[in-house]
Design a protein around this ligand. Structure first.
Ligand code: AMP
Length: 189
């Protein structure tokens, strides 16, 4: 299966995406992780991305696409993949569609994890990652609303969007995700 995961910072996207990829036995590809690894390795892409990441802004599309396309070409992605944090802009979604249509391997679904703004803020306040300082959190949420939120419409129009209520325990949220995946793809057991 080919799935994209969409959700604001603090929605539990990473945790749920890792678990779902494990359950479906497909690789979990997080562009945030790929970018953080590139930063630590000091590659050109990493150095160019670091400034945007530290400020809570999205990294320019061309840089993220470069890193993601390289990863998608690796052998383990041929049988499907779960993208966590990509696409985050409509331009990235179009680039992904173009890439997948070249191989005639369309996406199966886009999963949106939806959590109320107040709940996101209180979850992020206790998480304590480098990019969780108050000013950076505010900027990341703004970037989500302005640049990533329009993706929901993009996938809705293609009938690929599945919105999941992200409130409650991680197990409850995961059960909702699995029920949705099974309803859309009945061969998943
Ligand atoms: P994440 O781990 O998914 O929260 O991503 C951490 C940071 O990496 C984000 O705040 C962005 O600065 C950057 N990033 C990750 N994925 C993307 C993407 N698809 N487009 C642009 N920036 C990204």
């Amino acid at each position: 299966m080919r799935i994209v995961f969409i959700g604001p910072p603090g929605a539990g996207k990473g945790t749920q995406a890792i678990r779902l990829a494990g359950e479906l036995a497909i690789p979990h590809l997080s562009t945030g992780e790929l970018l953080r690894a590139a930063c630590h390795q000091g590659t050109d892409v990493g150095l160019a991305a670091a400034e945007s990441m530290d400020a809570g802004r999205l990294v320019p599309d061309a840089l993220v696409q470069q890193i993601l396309v390289a990863r998608l070409q690796e052998a383990d992605c041929h049988g499907g993949f779960l993208l966590d944090g990509f696409p985050r802009t409509v331009a990235q979604a179009q680039a992904l569609d173009d890439l997948l249509s070249e191989g005639d391997i369309p996406l199966n679904m886009a999963i949106e994890l939806r959590v109320a703004q107040q709940e996101l803020l209180s979850r992020l306040a206790v998480r304590g990652r480098d990019d969780d300082q108050t000013s950076v959190i505010a900027e990341r949420l703004r970037q989500y609303d302005n640049l990533t939120h329009p993706l929901l419409d993009y996938y809705e129009k293609r009938n690929l969007l599945r919105t999941i209520d992200g409130h409650g325990s991680p197990d409850d949220v995961f059960d909702r995700i699995m029920a949705t995946v099974r309803a859309a793809e009945p061969h998943v057991d």
